[in-house]
Design a protein around this ligand. Structure first.
Ligand code: ZN
Length: 253
């Protein structure tokens, strides 16, 4: 009898905790920067081997990986979201992202690479040919990471519009695709930045862990940076959908 009571108590506790935390759940949007073939010496690099293991984990755990654009469309339509969604993004458009693209292709996962439009075809960055290739042969899409990677809140109005609007137009014209998502360089944004992003026709925008607003602003969606150390339980925690809740006050690097 005692045992039954205990089971009922634990059951109610679980329901209670679930009920309390469910409204805090957000679809994990993960971020990578550079990919390395030998070692990862900074938190902005992940080795190819680890990247493969992380994708394998995502597949084995039954996540449904969708593109950022598709996720934002679902948010805008206020549709009920399945609880296994996950979004993959890359910032800066480094040449080494091509290795990751090949792995994404193997897993048939979509992703978004945020390009700095002035850096395309420059040393260490993706070339136009690379970008054409993955746009035509994989589920990887492109988004804007502005023209020059400037810290947007510090810009005057004209420069801000140029960074946000021109980068979109350049990418759309060059690659004949719709560019409807933006990642703010160094996660820097304020109300003015978000307003310009919306006026320039983006459907949503992503930041880093930095947060000015509570969840719900589609132009300031939080992301989770994945590092070389994120495997096993660490990765599980980061992808749980509750990680950002506990990272709310983390300072921007
Ligand atoms: Zn960047």
């Amino acid at each position: 009898m005692m045992r039954n009571k205990k089971i009922i108590f634990i059951f109610i506790l679980f329901i209670g905790v679930g009920w309390l935390f469910t409204p805090l759940y957000t679809v994990p949007i993960i971020t990578y920067h550079a990919i390395s073939t030998n070692f990862a010496d900074t938190s902005l690099k992940v080795t190819l081997t680890t990247f493969y293991k992380q994708m394998e984990f995502i597949k084995n755990r039954g996540y449904k990986v969708i593109s950022l654009s598709d996720y934002c469309q679902l948010l805008r339509r206020k549709e009920k979201l399945p609880n296994n969604l996950l979004v993959i993004t890359f910032d800066d458009g480094y040449k080494d992202n091509l290795w990751a693209v090949n792995i994404l292709k193997q897993f048939n996962f979509p992703a978004t690479i945020f390009l700095i439009s002035n850096k395309i075809d420059k040393e260490n960055y993706l070339s136009s040919q690379d970008i054409e290739w993955f746009l035509n042969n994989t589920k990887v899409k492109i988004g804007s990471h502005t023209l020059t990677h400037s810290y947007l809140p510090h810009l005057d109005d004209a420069s801000l519009i140029r960074e946000i609007k021109d980068s979109k137009e350049i990418l759309e014209k060059k690659f004949r695709v719709n560019v409807d998502t933006i990642a703010y360089p160094i996660g820097g944004f304020d109300h003015r930045v978000l307003k310009v992003a919306e006026e320039c026709g983006y459907i949503c925008g992503v930041t880093t862990n930095r947060v000015l607003f509570k969840n719900g602003n589609i132009y300031a969606l939080k992301r989770i940076r994945i590092s070389e150390r994120d495997l096993g339980i660490r990765l599980w925690g980061k992808l749980s959908g509750f990680y950002s809740v506990f990272k709310r006050h983390r300072r921007q690097r």
